[in-house]
Design a protein around this ligand. Structure first.
Ligand SMILES: [Zn+2]
Length: 358
């Protein structure tokens, strides 16, 4: 097996503050979290640690007597969690389920920095965002798949050809041929004919988005589901990246009421992004069923996170900033700003909802 390890250079310089490597993220979580608390969620197949940072007190006194699914069976969601009685709405942010999707990792670290110091990852004051986030309980998992991240030799993708990102993201066959998205999902766990094992996968070849739900292959998948079930987030943001303009994707197999809330959230986010000069993707409602030969969307981790207790599940796709005829050009400052808009909108929505609900 010979796989070219030749790396490409970009004309877009990577700022020093753009922290996305697994070791630096681990140091950030183990050494720099002081205002909040940091815990180890799981250990990856490659022996790497997955961390969560927590800000704002939990209110377990409002937990009910049933899991979410059974509470809905009782037609009594409060039997799971009386979320509306909580003083602090709960926002959960998960980054790096796919190890090459580094934009969400940097942006999740920025939330931690803002809550720790008021300064974002780039060192800029974010007083309004800090105030809003500090009124919530915020749970941040910046890097759910450190194995995948450790395998990808790039610190940033802005200005890099899209196929180079795809080579490291979805991986290659032994002969160097790109697996590409979505065919890379046709082998799972990803084993056998593998040249580069893509950042998509942990060291066992598992893509957590498509784990086995009856018997999850990944301990991190289990830990994420357990965490979300225990916390009952009022909003969960699952951070991913692709080559297009920033967008919210639909979440399959959730009630229509959730689909409408996701769509309304995307409308508000897109208006905000447009105001700041950023391009954006399509409405999630317009993407339902797109690209499917039939109506058979996968029941993926995003759906499961709703079904164990995450309200308002937002699957966000950041641009990588890669270069191709169809890609959206984005630099590092713009990518960080897009995420800050996303987090600020989520915080505002949760705080406004809480005021209305009294
Ligand atoms: Zn992804």
């Amino acid at each position: 097996m010979t796989v070219s390890q030749h790396l490409m250079t970009s004309s877009v310089p990577i700022p020093d503050w753009w922290i996305t490597d697994a070791d630096s993220i681990e140091r950030e979580l183990t050494e720099r979290v002081a205002v909040g608390e940091s815990t180890r969620l799981s250990v990856s197949p490659g022996g790497r640690h997955v961390y969560a940072a927590y800000y704002g007190l939990a209110e377990p006194e409002w937990k009910g007597t049933a899991n979410f699914n059974s509470a809905l069976g009782a037609k009594n969601p409060d039997a799971y969690y009386s979320r509306n009685n909580r003083t602090r709405p709960v926002l959960c942010i998960i980054g790096g389920i796919h190890g090459h999707e580094i934009e969400g990792m940097a942006s999740a670290l920025s939330v931690i920095r803002i809550l720790e110091s008021g300064l974002d990852l780039a060192g800029n004051p974010q007083p309004e965002l800090a105030t809003k986030l500090s009124r919530l309980r915020v749970i941040v998992i910046p890097l759910a798949n450190p194995d995948g991240r450790a395998r990808v030799p790039y610190r940033g993708w802005s200005g890099i050809p899209q196929d180079e990102m795809t080579r490291w993201g979805q991986g290659t066959r032994s002969n160097g041929e790109l697996y590409r998205w979505q065919p890379c999902k046709a082998v799972h766990p990803m084993k056998g004919d593998v040249g580069i094992l893509g950042g998509y996968f942990d060291d066992n070849g598992v893509n957590m988005m498509h784990d086995d739900w009856a018997e999850p292959m990944s301990e991190t998948t289990k830990a994420l589901l357990r965490l979300v079930a225990a916390e009952g987030p009022d909003c969960l943001i699952n951070l991913h990246s692709y080559s297009s303009a920033p967008g919210v994707l639909p979440t399959a197999y959730v009630p229509d009421s959730q689909q409408r809330r996701i769509d309304a959230f995307a409308s508000k986010l897109y208006a905000r992004l447009a105001d700041r000069g950023h391009s954006h993707g399509k409405q999630p409602a317009d993407l339902i069923g797109v690209g499917l030969a039939s109506a058979e969307a996968p029941l993926n981790l995003q759906s499961l996170l709703y079904h164990v207790g995450a309200d308002l599940p937002i699957l966000f796709e950041s641009p990588h900033g890669v270069v191709s005829p169809t890609a959206a050009p984005f630099g590092y400052e713009a990518i960080l700003d897009v995420h800050h808009q996303l987090f600020e909108l989520a915080a505002e929505e949760l705080l406004a909802g809480r005021m209305v609900k009294g």
